[in-house]
Design a binder for this molecule. Sequence first.
Ligand code: HEC
Length: 139
Amino acid sequence: MPIFCNRKEVIHLKRYLGLLSLLAFAAVLFSYSFASADAAKGEAIFKDTKVGNCKTCHDTGDKKKVGPGLKGVTDRVAKDVIAKWLEDPQTLWDSGSDYIKDLQKRMNKEGKPKTAMKLPGKLSAEQIADVIDFLATLK
Ligand code: HEC
């Protein structure tokens, strides 16, 4: 038995590893986008002042509080942009994208260097998916 694999064995090994990582990636993607998203958990995060604290600043209808009312927000704002709000509001604000410019106009905050959206702590990817699932129920 040689210590190192021969060329053919290496090729097989590489294919096997490639397939394995593809499967692992698919499994993560699947669990992230389907299995874990849970609107009920998202609602709890939305209301809990120590976790999301969203309710303190956001109405679930159209009314403006500290931030905009979130009724129909998943129809107005792409889900990946909402995810960025929940990951890191200031970085999204700093991007100065057309969406942010429009929002700054809506909020009368043109040229303001800081967003007023401050979260109590960091949300996990799963918590973010749950909150977005809850936001999608606000019609
Ligand atoms: C301390 C207040 C505060 C908290 C807490 C907060 N937000 Fe915000 N949020 C804002 C403000 C203010 C804006 C608008 C940006 C600005 O004016 O700085 C905003 C913007 C948003 C937007 C974009 C809305 C639009 O019309 O484009 C979404 C979506 C959002 N917040 C969701 C959430 C969610 C979900 C949570 C809880 C996980 C949350 N926010 C927690 C204040 C807050």
